[in-house]
Structures are given as C-alpha cells and as structure tokens.
Design a protein around this ligand. Structure first.
Ligand code: ADP
Ligand code: MG
Length: 584
C-alpha cells in the first residue's frame, strides 16, 4: 500500500482492491489457525502477516484474557521483532483513563479505553465504531486546534516516534474482545476511509483469534488431564516401587507443558532426584513444594531449557501453576499412601509373628510339662548314684555327663515354660538400674576373664516402672549372655538406661562382637533358632525376651552389622503391662 501525503484526499485505493486484499489476509490467517499450533506461535505468524499487509512500522494486538481482574495478552511486532506477554490490567478509573502523561502508558491507556468502550465516539479522532486514529500525532498544535477535544485527550502524550496511529476495536458480537494498533512514523499513513474497511476485518480477526485461543487452551487442558490421569494410573500399580513411580511421573510432566520439546521435569524427594532422562537446567523454572503431612519433603520442578515469551509466571501459564501444584499434592498423597501401606504390612508381620510364637508356645508348654517329670527323675537318680562310693572311675565320669546333660535339658524346659508364659508376670515397682546392676554382678567376672570391658551408662533420674522383676532379670541376662558369646576375643559391652519422655524407659545392650547377617536377624525371635553349638545355645533366649517384653507392653529394636557388633534396645512403658482380661 502506498502512503498518503498530509492533507491528500483519500480515495486512491479502490474499495474492491482493499476488500480483496483483506479477504486474502483473512483466509491466510484462518488457514494458519487450522494448523493448531500453540497460541503464541500462531500469534507470531499472524503478526508477521499483519505487518506485511499493513506495511506499517509497528503493530500491537491486545486481547482480553480471562481471570479476575481480567488480564491482557499483548503481542507486538516491529519489523522482525516479535514479543508476547500477558499483562495484568491496571485498575483504571475510566475518567482518568486517557489522562496519563507518560509516553508509553498514554497509548496503553487509550488502548484500554477503546477496548472498554470507554470513549466518546462523537469526539474528533474517533470513528462511529469507536476506533481511534490520528495522522499527525507529533504535532502538539493538533489537539488544541480542535475545540471539542476534552482536556484529558489534549494532555494525552502519545508515543511520539510515530506520527500515524490507529486503534481498532476487535468486536465479536456485542463485545469488544481486544484491539489492533497500527503505528507508522509516516504522517497520514492511513485514513478514515481505509479504517472503515479495517474495522470490518478486525471482526473476522477477533473471531479467529478467540477461536484459536479457546482451542489452544482446550488442548492445554487435555494435556493437563492426560498428565493427571497418567499419574493416577502409575500410582495405582502396587508392584512398582516409589522410585519407579516418581521417575514415571517426572516423565509425564513435559508433555503437559506448552513446549514439550524444551521442557524437563524433576521430582526431588528427601534429597533424592527423579528426573526426565537427559535432564538439564535452563533459564526458567516452575516449582511446587511436596508437603507430606504438613512436612516439606521436596519439590516438583519443571524447567524450560530455552527462553520463551513472558506469560503469567515467567514463561508459564497460570494454569500450569495450578497443574504443578496439583502434581505436588498427588505425589504427596502417593507417598502418604505408601507409608500407611508399609506400616500396615509391618503390623501384619508382627501379628503373624506373635501368632506363630503363641502356637509354638502352646505346643512347647505341653512338651515341657511332659518332660519336666522324667527329667527330674533322671537328674535325681544321677545325683543319687553319684553319691555312692566305689563307683568305677569311668562310671563316675558318665554319671557326671548325665547330670550335666539333664541340667541343660532342665534349663531348656525352664525357658520353654517361661516362653509359653506358664508363669504370669508378678507386677511390682521396679528400678531398672538396679536390675541392670544385679544382672551384671553375676556376669562381670566372666567378662573380665574373656577380656570384655563393661561400660554402664545408667540414667540417675530413671523412674521406677511396673514390671515383673525376675522376668526383667531374665531379659537382661539373656541379652548380656548373647553379647558375651558374640565377643569370644574380647570387646566392649555397653549397657545403657534412659528415660524416654515421662512414660517410657529404654534399656540398650550393645556389643562390639561378631554381629549378625540380615538373614540371621530375621530369625532371632523364632523359637529354637540358634547359630550356636548344642551345648551353648537353646535358641530360646530371644523368644523369651520377646515374650516378656511384649507382655509388658514394650518393644524391641535390633541393629546389627557383621563384624562390628550388635545393639538391642528395649522400650518399656512406665505404667507396666496392661491387664488383658479383667473379667477372666
Ligand atoms: P541362643 O543364644 O541360645 O542361640 P538366642 O535366642 O539368645 O538363642 O539367640 C538366637 C541367635 O541370635 C543366636 O544363636 C545368635 O546367632 C544370634 N544373636 C543373638 N544375640 C546376638 C549378639 N549379641 N551378637 C550376635 N549374634 C547374636
Ligand atoms: Mg542366647
């Protein structure tokens, strides 16, 4: 299009040519809209077509975007330079809307006024449809020469690098959805006559832009939902580990953001990182915190590895902020669910164990009872025989062996009975420190012989607990004997007591001995499990400890490392065992 000289009468472009050109432009834009590119990419293309067609120096396209208060999407192109951003709407008071005196915002405010239909179309410089246009904006005398121009407009300081300006509302139905700004440094670059045609074109443009944006937004929402659906499906698979799940979720992130090709996703949890393959940092990041039960445990992170136009939050959309937060919440829920499941499995295992012990206990009780009597006879008669004189030496030795073996067997039976709780706990106030002292008293000489240092760390302020004294004694002796047996070459035995809060007492027995493999640790509470020689171990020590501790309402914790040592910790409630069957 040719430019026009100031004052020239404007009829030089035949209507048919203008209409034809605008129709071709509309078709091109429609065609491009059909391809379904991301919104910004589409606008970039449209801006190139517009500037090419209008031949002006700069164009700006303003579109109302949703939200409260409404935002504006603003696209600007001058020459090859394209920019797009979402700007919040200022709370402008309509009367002051065009009274601003700063260079840029003057034009911006005028544009907002046009979009808000807050202009008086009867004023000079405005068309009947509400478009603003001026051909000599740099001329300060221009406004003042027109009498009807209100003071507010006269004070309007337009961006002076352009002489010709036009702001055309994009009218869709009854509503103005945005505005097209045309700017040229040439005077009277366009005319009121052309403007009438542009106003018609602006309606087509408005519908197309709106349509495209709606469809692009819809596609984004579908991507979001696909992502959330993917997460729900991944989380449903119980056979997958949490690590695998988090990795899969990280991979689901990029396709849900606007530019999947340059998007990386990462989940950080408890210092561990789960990232898309080939993850790298970039200039833009959107993150959301993972809160599990109110505790911050990590973040979900989406990274753009390239610069992208500025939108609501950096280059990210408001909807993407919502999405990343939803993803972080989903991740937190998955973790919570896993934790509850693990806890449940642990409790079930405990129950199974207790059940197994109880069954064995019943069996053992019967067997022990049956064996007790014959054992007593064997021992009694052996001891009697031992007393008789004139026994051949060999026979005396054999009798000695019989006595020892039956003493061992009696010990087994005693433990079996203890284990099957043939003897109910005798409750009384017990000082745990004293139990430790008494228990160690008998074993200290043995420790000294085997080169074992005994260290006591007994809390002076330990509250008395309600418990069965002799059973606690059993617990301590069993643990200490095990520790001693684990240190045949000497070492350190450390026994600690401490108060845990107001209502628990903890006892730890630690050694620097052989330690246990994971496999052994799993079986230590199983009756008759032993790694020791027949004469040394019965495999009943720890099951007895377990039985006593649980019947006192306490718990046992074991930590062990092969070659380094073992640590048993027992926690007992100060209140003592709760009566299980009050009414028989
Ligand atoms: P026993 O001592 O008669 O073998 P326990 O029930 O007391 O039976 O212990 C079971 C097994 O647990 C032992 O045989 C041993 O393998 C292992 N164990 C227990 N305490 C320790 C310890 N302090 N260090 C290394 N191993 C231990
Ligand atoms: Mg033992």
């Amino acid at each position: 299009m040719d430019s026009k000289k100031p004052g020239e009468i404007i009829t030089d472009i035949p209507a048919r040519t203008l209409i034809g050109g605008l129709r071709a432009l509309s078709n091109k834009i429609l065609h491009s809209a059909g391809r379904g590119d991301p919104n910004v990419e589409f606008l970039r293309e449209v801006s190139a077509m517009l500037i090419d067609f209008f031949g002006c120096d700069e164009i700006e396209l303003w579109l109302k975007a949703g939200g409260e208060p409404p935002r504006y999407e603003v696209m600007r192109r001058s020459g090859d330079e394209f920019s797009f951003e979402i700007i919040p709407s200022v709370q402008d008071d309509d009367s002051a809307a065009i009274a601003d005196t700063t260079a840029d915002s003057g034009l911006e405010r005028l544009c907002r006024s046009v979009i808000q239909a807050a202009v008086d179309a009867s004023l000079p410089f405005f068309t009947k449809q509400g478009s603003f246009w001026i051909g000599d904006a740099k001329n300060p005398a221009l406004f003042s020469s027109v009498a009807e121009v209100p003071a507010s407009l006269r004070r309007l300081n337009l961006k002076t690098e352009f002489s010709s300006l036009a702001i055309i509302p994009l009218l869709v139905g009854e509503e103005i959805i945005g505005a097209l700004q045309l700017k040229s440094s040439q005077q009277y670059f366009f005319t009121e006559y052309e403007l009438a045609f542009y106003e018609g074109f602006a309606q087509t443009l408005g519908v197309t832009l709106l349509n495209h944006r709606t469809r692009a937004a819809l596609r984004e929402r579908v991507k979001e939902l696909t992502c959330l659906y993917g997460i729900a499906r991944v989380a449903e698979r119980p056979e997958r580990s949490l690590d695998e799940i988090l990795l899969s979720i990280a991979e689901l992130l990029p396709p849900a953001w606007q530019y999947p090709e340059v998007t990386q996703g990462r989940i950080m949890l408890d210092g561990q990182s789960y990232a898309t393959s080939g993850f790298r940092d970039g200039p833009h990041k959107q993150t959301a915190e993972i809160l599990v039960g109110g505790e911050p445990r990590g973040i979900v992170e989406v990274v753009y590895t390239e610069e992208k136009p500025k939108l609501d939050e950096g280059p990210f959309l408001r909807e993407e902020r919502n999405l990343i937060q939803t993803v972080a919440r989903e991740v937190a829920l998955i973790i919570e669910r896993r934790q509850t499941e693990e806890e449940k499995a642990r409790l079930q295992e405990q129950l199974r164990h207790a059940d197994r012990l109880a069954t064995i206990g019943q069996l053992a009780a019967g067997v022990a009872h049956e064996l007790n009597e014959p054992l007593g006879s064997i021992l009694g008669f052996a001891q009697l025989t031992k007393k008789s004189r004139d026994l051949p030496r060999q026979a005396a030795d054999d009798i000695e062996r019989i006595e020892k073996a039956s003493l061992h067997a009696r010990e087994v039976v005693r433990k079996l009975m203890l284990f099957s709780r043939q003897m109910p706990p005798q409750k009384s106030k017990v000082n745990v420190n004293r139990i430790v002292e008494e228990g160690l008293y008998f074993l200290e000489s043995r420790c000294a012989k085997e080169g074992i240092d005994v260290v006591r760390l007994l809390a002076p302020d330990l509250p008395d607990i309600t418990a069965d004294r002799s059973q606690l004694h059993q617990v301590l002796v069993n643990l200490v004997v095990n520790a001693i047996q684990a240190m045949p070459g000497g070492g350190t035995l450390r026994v600690t007591t401490r108060a845990e809060g107001e209502d628990h007492v903890a006892i730890t027995v630690e050694d620097t001995g052989a330690g246990m493999s994971e496999d052994v640790v799993k079986q230590i509470f199983v009756p008759f499990f032993t790694t020791k020689d027949v004469t040394e171990g019965t495999g009943l020590g720890l099951p007895v400890v377990h039985g006593i501790v649980t019947s006192h309402g306490g718990s046992i914790n074991v930590e062990s490392e092969v070659g380094r040592g073992t640590r048993f910790e027992i926690r007992l409630p100060v209140a003592g065992p709760q009566d299980e069957q009050k009414n028989g």
